[in-house]
Design a protein around this ligand. Structure first.
Ligand code: PMP
Length: 390
């Protein structure tokens, strides 16, 4: 949506964007640059070097179903889930993807029926839903699956795929399936089921669960996601999709991701290196601070409503916590187009419309760099009064 926007930024010596008074703050994408501060602290010591003679082969481990999955990455994925307690990994298949985005498509493919091309399987998700699902389902006009909108309005017979995103993007709500019919196939998108965002109440145990380093560690640029799949046949079809699509996933990216997950696991341990702060404690603290600043900026402002979240017991942190979503799902007063209003104040967000919701809503990323976030809350606190015609 921002292709036509003029985004003015100063570049610092290390190429970071520092907003000036004229600059638009781009909070449209959930670009997780917030985590840079942690990784800069961690520093060079934990860098990964990949020698030129390594990883020439297409194959990583021909003994397992997902033959392009680096054993080290599989090991670190399982270790981290066991430490955090957010997903069951024992006796499950891990399928690695170029981001969880590729795995969403792999799941659509795996759950559809190639013999039933006259009747593509319906893909639904409860509104407000992640804005990429409709695009992913319909972009290539597949004869296997098609987007069928808000799961709460779904009334067709036959098989369907429901995307269950929890905590949800855009609104941070903890979700369950809503259609609940025997013909349904579920894909649980758990990109945000990590302790910095929400309480880890129990290990998730679903047929297909999707995770990504993008929102866990902030390394969106590595493009590594993984699916935890119960059924072997489904996992095989997902692997087939990956084979046709990209013949696997970059080994360099997998090895780097494995290293990053290893550091995080190490940081969570009791006897960790003294210079390594617990990653989830650090990032949770940052999220708590940001949500407080956001609430303070919107306090006494009748134009905006910032949602509240219940406290739940987190088994990972052994404490009660609210949800601190990666996005703020802001509602403006009736009749105000929230995205347009914020744009006039040089804050770029994503309109509620894109999520199957109303223009009174806008989704705002909470994951930008600190300097940008500070300018955002400053600008937000300066928006007052009634707005004619938005
Ligand atoms: N699912 C959800 C709910 C997301 O918010 C995102 C990223 N915005 C993705 C999947 C895709 O993540 P990635 O491709 O970076 O792994």
């Amino acid at each position: 949506m921002c292709g036509t926007d003029r985004i003015l930024v100063n570049k610092s010596s290390n190429n970071e964007s520092i907003p000036n008074n004229e600059a638009y703050i781009n909070l449209d994408h959930g670009d997780p640059t917030m985590y840079e501060s942690y990784w800069k602290e961690v520093g060079q010591k934990y860098s990964v070097t990949i020698p030129v003679f390594q990883s020439l082969s297409y194959f990583a481990n021909i003994k397992i179903l997902c033959w392009f999955l680096e054993p080290k990455l599989e090991e670190e994925i399982k270790r981290l889930h066991n430490i955090v307690g957010n997903a069951i990994v024992e006796d499950r298949h891990i399928v690695v993807g170029t981001g969880s985005s590729q795995l969403i498509l792999a799941a659509f493919y795996a759950l559809s029926d190639p013999l039933n091309e006259l009747d593509p399987v319906n893909v639904v998700s409860a509104a407000p839903y992640y804005s990429s699902y409709p695009e992913m389902a319909d972009f290539l006009r597949s004869r296997l699956f098609k987007w069928s909108g808000d799961a709460r309005c779904f009334d067709k017979d036959g098989p369907y795929i429901e995307m269950v995103t929890s905590p949800n993007n855009p609104d941070g709500v903890i979700r369950e399936p809503v259609v609940n019919r025997a013909t349904g196939m579920l894909v649980h998108d758990l990109a945000y089921y990590w302790p910095q965002y929400t309480a880890i109440t129990s290990p998730a145990d679903h047929d297909i669960m999707l995770f990504t380093v993008s929102k866990c560690t902030g390394h969106a640029g590595s493009r590594i996601g993984w699916a935890i799949v119960r059924d072997e046949k489904v996992a095989r079809k997902m692997v087939k999709f990956m084979e046709i699509n990209t013949i696997g996933v970059s080994k360099e990216a997998q090895l780097r991701a494995a290293n990053i997950l290893e550091i995080i696991s190490l940081s969570c341990q009791k006897h960790k290196p003294h210079d390594l702060e617990n990653f989830f404690k650090y990032s949770h603290r940052l999220m708590v601070q940001r949500w407080k600043k956001l609430r303070d900026a919107a306090k006494n402002n009748e134009l905006f409503y910032v949602p509240k979240f219940p406290h739940r017991y987190c088994k990972f942190s052994r404490d009660y916590t609210e949800t601190y979503p990666a996005f703020a799902w802001i509602k403006c007063k009736e009749g105000i187009d929230c995205e347009k209003l914020l744009r006039r104040h040089k804050i770029l967000t994503r309109s509620g419309r894109r999520f199957g919701s109303d223009p009174e809503y806008a989704r705002i990323s909470m994951l930008n760099r600190e300097e940008e976030f500070e300018v955002f809350v400053q600008r937000l606190s300066n928006i007052h009064g009634t707005v004619n015609g938005n």
